[in-house]
Write a protein that binds this ligand. Structure first.
Ligand SMILES: Cc1cc2nc3c(=O)[nH]c(=O)nc-3n(C[C@H](O)[C@H](O)[C@H](O)COP(=O)(O)OP(=O)(O)OC[C@H]3O[C@@H](n4cnc5c(N)ncnc54)[C@H](O)[C@@H]3O)c2cc1C
Length: 330
């Protein structure tokens, strides 16, 4: 039973630096809490959690609940879910916004089972509808949007896709509250013994300012090297369409689109990508979209800011070379 109109954010962070999505959610939490007459708060767990408070507060959370317990380190899903569920039980927020990221999804799933929360996933917007907090999510390949609310008086978890909302500095100094509840013995039955980061997956697409993305037109796994060279010169990272991922040319963490990641870089260079709606929904809010495609009628040219009709293997190396030259001149 949710006794308050408070809106919380589960903060995902990297050693004390909140991920951009956490700031997007903090801004939304403040907007919703202000509209409902409640408070916006955030929960940050694990080593470095305290360091998140300043930034998360600046972006909207009035209070940040913090535990620096080592047992709550990054991928310790069950201990984090338990501590979060205990805190929700104690403080009764109405809604908890989670980043729709792999770790936070796991934590939301376990925490919701513990307290019987209603869960809405894949959200691209959160709003108030007839006094209820409503989540909007794409459906049928992005061709329609569905707005849902949770029925019944239970805590609500809404999992929001990174880059769907706008982070804004609408807050101030957050009050930091140390979490009393600790990790229980039976939450420690599984332990993280090693973390292996896949080569190329270190730089998260969702946070990247420049993305060079390849599709079926790239033609094979070895050809992604051409895109990597350009990305490196620009200080960006490599993304991909689902066709390239399904072909096994590049791994899933690189996929942009409806069933991949939503990205919002300053510059998105789509190479050999046709611009199907399922790809478009994942990158259409990029600031500048450049498309390189040998088919002048490809749909991507309908929404690209700049289009180059040409072969990826002629255009991309020339671009890389030109950028290299200009960098040497400066
Ligand atoms: C439920 C569902 C979810 C989906 N989710 C996603 C998703 O998350 N992300 C996603 O990307 N797709 C997704 N898709 C797939 C999507 O519908 C498209 O099939 C996919 O995006 C096509 O990828 P592509 O543009 O690389 O390939 P294609 O559509 O085959 O396009 C290849 C393009 O490359 C061009 N080309 C070929 N050779 C060259 C060359 N040498 N130089 C320049 N251009 C060249 C061609 O002209 C063509 O335009 C989903 C589909 C469904 C049904």
């Amino acid at each position: 039973m949710s006794a308050t109109n408070d809106i919380w954010v589960f903060v995902e962070h990297e050693k004390g630096e909140p991920k951009k999505v956490s700031l997007e959610l903090a801004t939304k939490a403040k907007e919703l809490a202000d509209a409902l007459g409640g408070s916006a708060a955030a929960v940050a767990l694990g080593p470095g959690a305290g360091a998140c408070a300043k930034k998360v507060g600046l972006y909207g959370a009035g209070t940040v609940f913090v535990s620096e317990d080592e047992q709550l380190a990054s991928y310790s899903i069950t201990p984090q879910a338990q501590v979060l569920a205990d805190l929700i039980g104690e403080r009764q927020p109405r809604v908890v916004l989670f980043p729709a990221t792999p770790a936070a999804k796991d934590i939301a799933a376990q925490a919701s089972a513990r307290i019987g929360a209603g869960v809405l996933t894949n959200s691209i917007d959160v709003s108030i509808k007839d006094g209820a907090v409503a989540s909007t999510a794409p459906a049928f390949g992005g061709s329609i949007e569905v707005t849902s609310t949770v029925a019944g008086d239970v805590p609500q978890f809404i999992l929001v896709r990174p880059n769907a909302l706008l982070p804004q500095q609408v807050g101030g100094d957050a009050q930091v509250v140390a979490i009393g509840a600790g990790v229980k013995e039976d939450s420690l039955l599984a332990k993280v013994v090693d973390v292996v980061v896949e080569a190329g997956a270190e730089a998260p697409l969702e946070e990247a300012a420049i993305i060079v993305s390849g599709g079926r037109g790239v033609g094979g796994p070895e050809n992604f090297k051409v895109l990597e060279d350009l990305a490196k010169e620009l200080g960006g990272v490599v993304g991909a369409s689902r066709a390239a991922v399904d072909a096994g040319w590049i791994s899933y963490p690189h996929q942009v689109g409806q069933t991949g990641k939503t990205v919002k870089p300053n510059l998105y260079i789509a190479c050999g990508i046709s611009g199907a709606i399922q790809h478009k929904v994942g990158m259409q809010t990029s600031k500048v979209i450049v498309a390189i495609n040998k088919n002048g009628d490809a749909p991507i040219f309908e929404f690209a800011d700049l289009g180059i009709v040409g072969d990826v293997f002629e255009v991309v190396p020339k671009l890389t070379e030109e950028i290299r030259k200009r960098k040497q001149m400066t």
